[in-house]
Design a protein. Structure first.
Length: 293
């Protein structure tokens, strides 16, 4: 039995939970009792952020096998496929279902640190003279990996912050023996402490992406719902297949998650072509664009 399968996460952004169902869980004592606040003439019910994973654990249908599932999120082209948005939402979805999650960003753009309210930019260095320690420090300096892990706003989601030093790490890896196994080795001391570890990689293939793939049991690729993305997808899948064959590495799952879907005729045609061509690895849910300002 695997930790989670295609069937489990195809509806990642959907829920059938109703208000009455939530109240029933609260009344039975299976979830914490809601706090209340008066706004004008109306009382509102709410739960603290720390209580949300307790609620999610009651709703979770994700199986638990006692092993850590490791996921690489990678796209085969540049930005615009909502990769960072997906990683942030996916990690929180898992966390809100009671899973303990570690996010390991390997992209020098610092998107995950920004989304998790961590400032690890050059401006910070100018003030503090040091980046927050990350995976670069673990590999290049021998820093214990536990000293690089930082909690986020959800108590069961942690992150190892990325920094521009990842550029140096990419070059450093080129000169190392067994370089494609170094990150897998680095996370070994803390692997059993998490249900899921997620690597957010850069869009261009390199030593860091190779390390993430070798360390992972699952590959998730957000993809654009446009004609060019559809035409280049076979090349991407063939590249992954050849790399894994050469490295003698197998994934439990390879999943394709469509990015923003609109109602245009072309978008709907491409979406249908994906569903017809890749029915076993194409998810039902798509990455949604926020409508909040």
């Amino acid at each position: 039995e695997q930790g989670f399968t295609f069937k489990d996460i195809t509806n990642i952004f959907r829920t059938n939970l109703s208000r009455s169902g939530l109240l029933k869980l609260e009344k039975s004592g299976k979830i914490p009792e809601a706090s209340r606040v008066q706004r004008g003439n109306s009382p509102y019910r709410y739960w603290n952020v720390s209580e949300l994973p307790l609620i999610g654990a009651q709703l979770s249908k994700l199986p638990s096998t006692g092993k850590t599932e490791i996921v690489t999120v990678y796209i085969s082209k540049g930005g615009g496929s909502f990769k960072s948005t997906f990683v942030w939402n996916f990690s929180r979805w898992l966390g809100l279902h009671g899973k303990k999650v570690l996010v390991v960003p390997l992209d020098q753009q610092l998107n995950q640190s920004f989304l998790n309210n961590l400032d690890n930019s050059f401006e910070t260095v100018a003030e503090t003279k040091a980046f927050l320690p990350g995976i670069s420090d673990v590999l290049m300096k021998g820093t214990p990996i536990k000293k690089t892990i930082i909690p986020t706003t959800l108590p069961n989601i942690h992150i190892i912050p990325e920094s521009p030093i990842l550029i140096e790490l990419e070059l450093w890896l080129s000169s190392q023996n067994f370089r494609e196994q170094l990150i897998a080795k680095a996370i070994e001391p803390i692997k059993k402490e998490y249900d899921v570890i997620i690597f957010d990689t850069a869009p261009s293939w390199g030593n860091l992406v190779s390390n993430a793939v070798i360390a992972s049991s699952h590959l998730i690729s957000p993809i654009g719902v446009d004609l060019m993305s559809y035409k280049t997808l076979p090349v991407f899948l063939q590249m992954i297949k050849k790399f894994c064959a050469a490295a003698k590495h197998n994934f439990d799952n390879i999943l394709l998650v469509p990015g923003f879907v609109d109602n245009s005729r072309l978008c709907q045609q491409v979406l249908g072509a994906y569903q017809q061509s890749y029915p076993d690895i194409f998810t039902i849910s798509n990455i949604r664009r926020s409508t909040f300002v």
